[in-house]
Every structure is written in structure tokens, then in C-alpha cells.
Write a protein that binds this ligand. Structure first.
Ligand SMILES: Cc1cc2nc3c(=O)[nH]c(=O)nc-3n(C[C@H](O)[C@H](O)[C@H](O)COP(=O)(O)OP(=O)(O)OC[C@H]3O[C@@H](n4cnc5c(N)ncnc54)[C@H](O)[C@@H]3O)c2cc1C
Length: 646
């Protein structure tokens, strides 16, 4: 498809295979090019990020025989943000015998994303989901089992069956340990070389083609060059643009943002997931929010008092004075409605003055009935570590008093635009996992991020990267090329500039200020006026940052401030793009809720006629507006309907 706009003619193609939906991936795999085993060792691949997406990709590609360099900013691949994932991972195994199938997983995911994802990608995701479970079991991932040894499942929002595999409340950790062992095997065999505490700061392109990266060693401050035939970006999501989020503090957008600046389109940047079950904000100086896994909604019942400003202790509020509002409004899905729906309803009841806790910005998640029904021991076995975490943070015992929860920024559906092969609009640059915009449309269903990251890394990229590599000459660009020289110089100049400003405000001041604008105006609900104000305020903040930030320390040494300043600089630019993206889409869909577009019941109202597309943004310069491209979404297999969970 060629998309022309006033400013640019950009050639891009989503490369969705033709033919029936159920055969697309199979046919594609049969038709794409292969690299023969002895040629594989001639190709170098860089994998940036070793969370679930990156570790699985690096291990798989190393195992195939490619030479892989893998990078992460932590001191070990095991400390990627993926380790925080609690609840589980979906797959269409139908072990619960409750009617699941690949088709149902596909359908729930497309519908859950409010029909803003590609059918072909989502179907492939559902199709490979079962292989992920087999792979992880073979690696020894300790999924929960029943007394007879069979794997068990629990339910997550947006599905009327149980398809979520889990390892207590530590699923991400256990999956990452599996991927990490596979990665370590290839490191030992010499096929993968691991660079820890090494941050990618820019992409190097030659004639618009990805040929390597510039990185900074976070311990010594040394700037390094790395050439490769393909670069895979597996750098996670950018929820920390809101300052407060459930993401790991180190999660950032820098690598993806630098690729955007080098020509990779950014897809649906404003599509952000606000998770309904997080521990509420407790004060101005909080630095982090904590998730209480969605799995808790299997047994916990969400409620608020029926009366406004009811300050009684929750245990003193009688049954008939409680409003189990999700069960009341959505009788068929009840507490297991998808996240966007649960979050919006929590906000609504709090806006009505029925929120609980000192701030009034919280609702109850109550296990009283589940404990009565199944025993405290049974609940402890299911969620013990989550209850413990809650008690440590709030000093309240959730076995005795209902948890207080409130929505918080959790996941970003937006990311680098990729085609069916996971390649961005920069040839040779791929994006996997949360870093790409891919499969979740406007709202991700619970337990689908781990599925997507591992699908991308274990089962998609090993095929599609070969298709690209088979068409190019290995090693045609080395780090002596002038493109490396130029990119490195630009990075060094940027570092020098940041350190020389010596302004009056801390980096944290700027990040907090950005987060406040984002939450107030680009957060759970958005409107035209607020978005226009956000664009103007963020643009002004950017100028202030570059003239008044104080970044202490030296460049060529361990310098946490410098790392942080570079990430915040990129977050500020991203924030502006997110506001533009949200402004351009006056419909509501999934987590993107425009006040101007709601049904009489207050639900998100889509406009399929005008907005059934992926927004993909092209960078034109920091001070010039980006170009807006649209990839039309074609639905041949599902009927677009108003989402209903009633
Ligand atoms: C608290 C919490 C619980 C969750 N629970 C679930 C769940 O139960 N089920 C589910 O499906 N999803 C869950 N999610 C979402 C899921 O955890 C993430 O979407 C997923 O783990 C992202 O994996 P990833 O590999 O794409 O990125 P990450 O795990 O974020 O890894 C990013 C990697 O990139 C590296 N990196 C980043 N920038 C650079 C750079 N510039 N240079 C070098 N390296 C870089 C990092 O070091 C890291 O190795 C949860 C999320 C949170 C926050």
C-alpha cells in the first residue's frame, strides 16, 4: 500500500498473506525464504532487550545458528520488567474442557481490543499460543497443576472460560526463568553474546536500512558501536511516560523513540491500558504504583457503598447497602469484564462521590465471600504472595478487610508499527513484545501480553527474520562506516548538552510534571480541549527541560542522572505524540475514551466508518508536526459490533 499525504509519500506494506484466515500463517511459513544452516552463521543479529520477548528471540535465533548480540539495561536478563507479571498467560488448549478453541481466543482478543487490531496477526497469536505452553512446560516452567498432575487454568477478564495458565502470582518470573535458561544455554555455546547494563541510545541506518546500534555502557559511560544485519527491538512498553505506573522504574521508550526518529512509524501511540486493580495512590511523593493481579477478580468482588461519602468501616456496611456495580451492570461477565470497562466504571463510581479510602479514589475488592465458600487456606494457595504484597504496602490484612483498588497506567498497546513479519518501516529493524503496536488493538485482554511476547520471540521471528536476511548480503556494513561515526557524534553531543545546561530543576521535577499532564489530559478519559492543552503544555515543558534541567555528574562514568535525563527527554517528546494521536481519534475505543463519543449508558462508542484504522506516525523533526498515516483495518471474519459484556 502506498500512502501519500501532503508532506510525504511513504511506502509501506502490512504484508498480510492472502488466503483464508486459518491458513495464512501456515501458507506464509511455507512461502517465505529460508537461510540454509551453514549460511546462518554468517549473519549477525542484535537483540535489544532480554525480557520475555527478547530472551525468547535471542535464545531461538542463537539455537538456529545465527550470531546474536543481546543487550539489556539491568545487571541480568532475569531482572527485566517481565519478571513482574503476576496473573498468567493465555492459550487455547481447552484443558478445562469448557469450550475453548483457537477461534474463540482469536475472537475474544479481537473483540477485547475493540476491533482495532489486524485479524491475521491476532489469529496467528491464538494459533501459536498452544505451542508456547508446550515449550515452557518442556523448559520446566512450574505451571499450577491439579492433584492428578494436569495443568490447571483460571479466568481472566473478557472471556467466559478458563484459559489462563499460571504459576501462583509469579507467572512472569517463572516464564522468564525458562527463557533465561534457554538463553544461557546459547550464551554458553557461544552463539549469543550478552551485554548487560548496556543501553541502546540510537539506531544506525545506512540508506534507510538498519545496520546496527550505538550503546552506552551504564557502568563506565563508554559509548560503543555494534554492527549487525538485523536489529530486533524488544525493549518493552512506555507506560512510565505517565510517571506513576505499574511498570518497572527502568522501563522506558528511548530505544523505540530513537528508531521512530530514524524513520520507523509509531503505531497508535495513545492506546494505553489503565488497569483497574492497582493499589491506590497514597501521596504526592510516591514514585511507583503496584498492581494487584487481575486474577484476583476470579474470587474478589468489586463494590462501593450505595450511599455517597459513606465513611463507615467496610465490614460495618451491611450487604444491602453495598453496590456490587460490575455484577449489577454486567450480569454475564460480572467482575470479569475487560480492564477498560472495569477501570471506567471504577472512575464513574468515584466521580459520583462513592469512592472509598481517605482520597475517595478507590473501590473495594472483597474476598469475604470467597473465603467463606472455599476457606482462607484455598485463597492463600491461589493468591498468597499477592495478599502478602498488599499487606506490606498498605498495612491492612486483605483476608480480614477488603482490598482498596483504583485504576493505574499499566501497559501500552501502542508501539513501533510492524508488518506481519514484525518488521518496522525501517528495513532490517524488527519490533517484538510490548515494544510493537501489534495484536491488542485498543485494549489488551489480561494474560495476553506474555502470550504475545513469547509468540513473537519463540515462534514468529525465527521464521520471519530469515526471510529478510536471505535477501541481503551478510556483514556488508562495519562499525567503521561513516553512519556509525555520525550517529555516535550526535549522541556524544546530546550528552554534553544535557550536562552543560546546569539549570534549576531536577529531572524528577520534569518527569512528575509530564506525568501530571498526561494523567489529567491524556489519561483515562480524554476530550478535545484537554488534548489541545496537553500538546501546548508538553511542548512548553520540552523547551523548559532543554534550558533549565540540572543533570549532575560526568559523561564517562556511572551516572544514573544522565541515564534518567535521556529517558525523560524522550518521554516528553513521546507524550506530545500521544496527545496528538488521541486528538486525531475522536471516537472512543477500548482504553481510548473520548468524552465526546459515548453511548447513552456511558460506554465507549466506536465509529467504524471513519476510524477503523491503525494510526501510524512519521517523524519529521522535533519542532514540526509528525505526518499521520492510516492503515485501514479490514475485517473479513468477524462482524464489528458494539462490545457488550452485559
Ligand atoms: C505488574 C505487572 C504485571 C503484569 N502481569 C501480566 C500477566 O499476568 N500476564 C500478561 O500477559 N502480562 C502481564 N503484564 C504485562 C507484561 O508483563 C509485559 O507486557 C511483558 O512482560 C513485556 O515483555 P517484553 O519482553 O516486551 O518487555 P520487558 O520485559 O519490559 O523487557 C524489556 C527489555 O528491554 C531492555 N531495554 C529497554 N530499553 C533498553 C535500551 N535502550 N537498551 C538496552 N536494553 C533495553 C530491558 O533491560 C529489558 O531487558 C504485567 C505487567 C505489569 C507491569
Amino acid at each position: 500500500m502506498e500512502v501519500a499525504s501532503k508532506q510525504s509519500t511513504f511506502k509501506w506494506d502490512s504484508k498480510i498473506p492472502t488466503g483464508p484466515l486459518v491458513d495464512k500463517w501456515k501458507t506464509h511459513k511455507n512461502n517465505i525464504k529460508l537461510v540454509n544452516p551453514s549460511n546462518k552463521r554468517k549473519y549477525n543479529i542484535i537483540v535489544v532487550g532480554t525480557g520475555l520477548a527478547g530472551a525468547s528471540a535471542a535464545a531461538s535465533l542463537g539455537e538456529l545458528g545465527y550470531n546474536v548480540k543481546a543487550f539489556c539495561i539491568q545487571d541480568s536478563a532475569r531482572r527485566a520488567h517481565s519478571i513482574a507479571a503476576q496473573g498468567g498467560i493465555n492459550a487455547a488448549k481447552n484443558y478445562a474442557n469448557d469450550g475453548d478453541s483457537i477461534w474463540r481466543l482469536f475472537y475474544d482478543t479481537i473483540k477485547g481490543g475493540d476491533y482495532r487490531a489486524r485479524e491475521a496477526n491476532v489469529y496467528r497469536l491464538a494459533e501459536v499460543s498452544n505451542s508456547i505452553i508446550d515449550q515452557c512446560v518442556a523448559q520446566g516452567v512450574p505451571f499450577a497443576r491439579d492433584y492428578g498432575g494436569m495443568l490447571v487454568n483460571r479466568s481472566f477478564g473478557g472471556a467466559q472460560l478458563s484459559r489462563t495458565f499460571y504459576a501462583r502470582g509469579q507467572t512472569g518470573q517463572q516464564l522468564l526463568l525458562g527463557a533465561y535458561s534457554a538463553l544461557m544455554k546459547t550464551i554458553k555455546s557461544g552463539k549469543v553474546k550478552m551485554y548487560t547494563r548496556e543501553e541502546m541510545l540510537d539506531l544506525v541506518t545506512v540508506d534507510g536500512v538498519s545496520k546496527g546500534i550505538i550503546s552506552r555502557n551504564l557502568v563506565t559511560g563508554k559509548i560503543n558501536r555494534h554492527a549487525a544485519d538485523a536489529v530486533l527491538l524488544c525493549t518493552g512498553g512506555y507506560g512510565n511516560v505517565f510517571y506513576l505506573s505499574t511498570n518497572a522504574k527502568n522501563s522506558n521508550v528511548t530505544a523505540a523513540w530513537r528508531c521512530y526518529r530514524k524513520g520507523a512509524l509509531f503505531g497508535n501511540p495513545s492506546f494505553t491500558q489503565i488497569h483497574p486493580t492497582c493499589i491506590p495512590v497514597s501521596g504526592e511523593y510516591q514514585s511507583k504504583l503496584t498492581l494487584m493481579s487481575e486474577s484476583l477478580r476470579n474470587d474478589g468482588r468489586v463494590w462501593v457503598p450505595k450511599a455517597k461519602n459513606d465513611k463507615r468501616h467496610p465490614n460495618d456496611i451491611p450487604e444491602d447497602e453495598r453496590d456490587y456495580y460490575l455484577e449489577r451492570i454486567y450480569p454475564s461477565f460480572g467482575n470479569l469484564v475487560p480492564r477498560d470497562v472495569a477501570s471506567r466504571n471504577a472512575k464513574n463510581v468515584c466521580d459520583e462521590g462513592r469512592g472509598v479510602g481517605t482520597s475517595g479514589l478507590a473501590v473495594y475488592l472483597d474476598f469475604r465471600d470467597a473465603i467463606k465458600r472455599d476457606s482462607e487456606q484455598a485463597i492463600r494457595e491461589r493468591y498468597g504472595n499477592l495478599f502478602e504484597m498488599y499487606e506490606k504496602i498498605t498495612d491492612e490484612n486483605p483476608y480480614e478487610v477488603p482490598m482498596r483498588i483504583y485504576p493505574a497506567v499499566h501497559y501500552t498497546m501502542g508501539g513501533l508499527w510492524v508488518d506481519y513479519n514484525l518488521m518496522t518501516t525501517v528495513p532490517g529493524l524488527f519490533a517484538l513484545g510490548e515494544a510493537n503496536f501489534s495484536d491488542h488493538g485498543a485494549n489488551r485482554l489480561g494474560a495476553s501480553a506474555l502470550m504475545q511476547g513469547l509468540a513473537d520471540g519463540y515462534f514468529v521471528i525465527p521464521y520471519t527474520v530469515g526471510d529478510y536476511l536471505a535477501g541481503i548480503t551478510p556483514g556488508d556494513v562495519t562499525t567503521d562506516h561513516e553512519a556509525f561515526e555520525k550517529t555516535e557524534k550526535a549522541i556524544v553531543a546530546e550528552i554534553d548538552k544535557l550536562l552543560s545546561i546546569k539549570g534549576s530543576k531536577t529531572i524528577l521535577d520534569f518527569h512528575r510534571q509530564l506525568g501530571k499532564i498526561m494523567w489529567d489530559k491524556v489519561g483515562m478519559s480524554r476530550d478535545e480541549q484537554g488534548l489541545k492543552e496537553a500538546i501546548a503544555e508538553i511542548s512548553a515543558l520540552r523547551k523548559e527541560f532543554w534550558s533549565d534541567v540540572f543533570v549532575p555528574g560526568e559523561p564517562a562514568t556511572y551516572n544514573k542522572y544522565l541515564e534518567y535525563a535521556m529517558r525523560v527527554a524522550d518521554f516528553i517528546e513521546l507524550g506530545e505524540l500521544m496527545a496528538r494521536d488521541a486528538l486525531e481519534r475522536p471516537e472512543s475505543c477500548g482504553g481510548h475514551f473520548r468524552e465526546e463519543s459515548k453511548t447513552p449508558e456511558g460506554e465507549a462508542k466506536r465509529d467504524d466508518e471513519n476510524y477503523a484504522y491503525v494510526s501510524a506516525w512519521e517523524f519529521t523533526g522535533v519542532d514540526t508536526p509528525p505526518v499521520h498515516h492510516k492503515e485501514p483495518l479490514v475485517f473479513e471474519n468477524v462482524k464489528l459490533t458494539q462490545r457488550s459484556y452485559k
